[in-house]
Each structure stands twice: as C-alpha cells, then as structure tokens.
Design a protein around this ligand. Structure first.
Ligand SMILES: [Zn+2]
Length: 182
C-alpha cells in the first residue's frame, strides 16, 4: 500500500527566516542514546536584555525635584510634629497628612556598613559605605552613601557628615550622598 503524502498537491510550508542576531551555536553534541541526555550539562547562553521601565514617583516626586535642586526634603506631621527624613505622606505615628519641609544638610552617622557585594547596578562600585544619617530635629534616619573614608576604620558613629548632590541629577535616591564634614 502506497503511503499517503499529506503535502501532495499543496505548496511547501514556509520556513521561518533565519536570524542573524542572538546566540549562534554550531555542533552541539547530541548522543545516539537518549538515555544519556539526563547527564547532559546545562546549556548556558548569554544575550543582551533590556526593558524600558516607566515608573511614576507619584506623591514622592517633590523629594526628587528637591534633589535635582540640591535640597534635601523630608516631611513633617501637621498634628504631632513628627519629622521624617525619608518622606512619608502620612504620619506613621498619628495617621495625619504631613507637609514637605527642608532638612538640614548636616547630620551625624547613626550607623554604617561597608558593602563588599551589591546589586548589579552597584557591583562595580564595591566596596562602598552606606550610612544612616541622623539630623537635629528629625525623628527618622536617612540611608545614603558615604563618600570619602577609605575603609570602615575611618568611619565613626556620631561623626559629622554633610550632604552633597550630583551635579547632573539622575532623579534617583543616589543623587544625594554624604561626605565627612569639616
Ligand atoms: Zn503625626
């Protein structure tokens, strides 16, 4: 009995066009015995990956506008006067709405850490120091980079630090960093 040819009388199916981008591989070993495939080493490929990410700062926008204008902004509760170095639009003590206030640009190291590893964005800058800065009259701390001291032995709890701002704002929290004051 002759086999039926399902494509007989029809044009050949189109082929997907070959691409000249992405990973190009040649001669990947492949066994005759499929049972050995479970012992195969994982294939690892590399390719560029990027996304455009549109992110709204929403009610935090004034904080970033402040950084771009070399001002450090926090918020202050209209009712109980609790002042936040990392701005919050509602008071976590009493729940009332807060208002924007300018923070002092000098403070003290409350605590610090030196990072020898970091996320992809910061990895190339390691090691770097992070400090929690305390300000007079402000109830919460601000996390920022401390630039200047070479190693952790050069940083002291309570040492005075001063805010500095990137000349070209990136509209990111890293627009502000601290240096030893005086
Ligand atoms: Zn309050």
């Amino acid at each position: 009995m002759a086999k039926k040819n399902p494509t007989k009388g029809f044009p050949a199916p189109p082929k997907v066009e070959e691409l000249m981008t992405g990973t190009t591989v040649f001669n990947i070993p492949f066994p005759h015995d499929l049972k050995t495939l479970k012992k195969m080493s994982p294939l690892v490929i590399k390719h560029p990956y990027s996304v455009e990410y549109i992110h709204s700062y929403g009610q935090d926008s004034p904080f970033f506008a402040g950084l771009a204008n070399k001002k450090l902004l926090g918020t202050k509760c209209k009712k109980c006067d609790t002042t936040y170095a990392t701005p919050r639009l509602a008071c976590t003590t009493c729940g009332r709405e807060t208002e924007w206030v300018e923070l002092p640009q000098e403070g003290r190291v409350h605590t610090f850490t030196t990072c020898y590893f970091g996320s992809e964005e910061f990895l190339k800058e390691t090691p770097f120091h992070l400090v929690l800065v305390e300000f007079d009259g402000v109830n919460t701390l601000l996390l920022a980079r401390l630039i200047g001291p070479e190693g952790p032995a050069d940083i002291r709890i309570g040492m005075k630090v001063r805010a500095r701002f990137r000349r070209n704002s990136q509209l990111k929290p890293t627009d502000v960093y601290f240096v030893p004051a005086g």
